[in-house]
Design a binder for this molecule. Sequence first.
Ligand code: MLT
Length: 342
Amino acid sequence: MRTSSRHRVAARMMAAIGVVSLMAACSGNGAGSGNGGATGGGYPDKNITFVVPFSAGGPTDTVTRMIAEPMAAKLGAKIVVQNVEGAGGTVGAGEVARAQPDGYTVLMHHIGMSTAPALYKDLGYKPLEDFGTVGLVTEVPMTVVARKDFAPATLQDLVAHVKANAGKVTLANAGIGAASHLCGLLFQSAAGVKLQEVPYEGTGPALTDLVGGQVDFMCDQTTNTSGQISAGEVKAYAVTTPERVKSLPDVPTTAEAGLPKLQVSVWHGLYVPAGTPQEVVQKLSEALKAALADRAVVDQMAKLGTTPVPAEDATPQAHRDKLQEQLGTWAKVIADAGVKAS
Ligand code: MLT
């Protein structure tokens, strides 16, 4: 992209920074402007921004903040997490695609990176061409959850209820192309129903409205629904994985609950703009591996129903292979479902 445009993006990011900052246990890493990043030699010598393309408090934000601190410690630099939400993650992803390829702007994205090209007509970026992959992070199961006073007691009751109340039941999602949107599509296709969908800008606000009873149900990641399920703030019908989730032992799988076709889990990965020096990508990948082996991260993920990927998947190549495979898979699912975001 053009340099002026890159500068505009960088300026906008700097202006919006400050949502949360995670300081590594080190000094002398202020916002210096050394040129080490251009070749990777002295990287990192200033703050690194991790862009989350969804709202604060959602699953992507949760996973990012979990790994940011140990990654910062390993890199010896400060990592600032910035939420750039909108359009199912495509606004934040687009900003990173257009950022300077110097390793100081990094994107955390999930399965939505592989679904957006099939959903959006004018995406403005190409996942395989405009990004470098750093490594996979985790794969998160999803849950079908409802407001706690919603009448259906089981997943099969839910299907019967939505069939009997066509047009009245509301299904929340975190935006077109969000994981919750995809899971909602899979639910509708598995159950043979068509629902009234209510898109939000992220799971944070969607879940708030679900707990508050403004929408009926949604499908979202255990990283953000586990707490509410355990606290009884939402009703859980099923987890969308072949096995039950250890931290939610009483919640049946979709297969056990009578909807075996509803299977999906949400993979996350770290990206940099294409053209980022190889040494920089390597340093980020090593820091990612260290974070995923960190005891506190492993324990925190386990409580939220997930696990870090094995070390060999926290690599640029494994991540690229996964992205390539998923782009093909979702292009077909989305074409079959006949869904378009714009
Ligand atoms: C989020 O962070 O809000 C979610 O990952 C959104 C989603 O994809 O459902």
